[in-house]
Design a protein around this ligand. Sequence first.
Ligand SMILES: [Zn+2]
Length: 162
Amino acid sequence: MKKKNRSLSRKAQRKFLDLIEGEDPEKCWEWKGSFMREDYPLFYGDGKQEPALRVLYKIYYSDSLTKNWVIQHTCKNRWCMNPNHIYADRRDEAAKEIQRGRRRFTRGERHPQSQLTEKDVRRIRREVLEKGRQQKELAKEYNVTKTHISNIVRGKAWAHVK
Ligand SMILES: [Zn+2]
């Protein structure tokens, strides 16, 4: 018997289902078990602990839930234990979603990755457009790529800075 992805024993499954309160398939079901740092439902069964949502998914949908999948809710209630309200999502897709959400807040210098300030951007444009400085020189000076300098000069990057 493989230890990995071992399915839950009958006893553990019964214990698990006893910790869920709810009958109406439309409504959210409550978790009466433990929580990890009061944050996400955690289940102890068969001598190990596992996020309860993953156990829920394994019992109702598929035993072979690998680490590449995260459990998401359709009901926005992250503690909900109604199997009708959950689905498995690829971890990388979920990560992309988070990035997409973040992108709204990451314009210009508020972006943590950005080494440039708005003042730098104005100066870069002036240096190139008015003084004819070489873009690769400025790239070196500011430690960014030449493409990035070119995008700044053409207004493709930092378009909001005039
Ligand atoms: Zn729900």
